[in-house]
Design a protein. Sequence first.
Length: 106
Amino acid sequence: MTNFTNLYDLISNGFIFGFIDNGIVVASILGVAFFAGLKLSPDARATAWKVAMTCALVGALGNAASDFVGCMGDPTMWDSVVGITAGCMAWPAILITPKVKQQRRV
């Protein structure tokens, strides 16, 4: 197992992989919702988009959990488990941040 000297070394090991991996999950869910929403009325689009954002959040969290468990199950990936999981968890943070900011304004 690698000895990490600082937080950057710990997070950077696998972070990009996790970020890209979960980015594909989020983009695919939101992309399908976008193209499906083109056929909906403007009123229905807003509701459909909220559902799609929720699905993307749940999908990102599920993928982060599966990547974490997969890394823990493979001894060759133990050095990357924190970085990969952190990269995956960046997407839920990105998806939640606008909603938190919106609620603070109310």
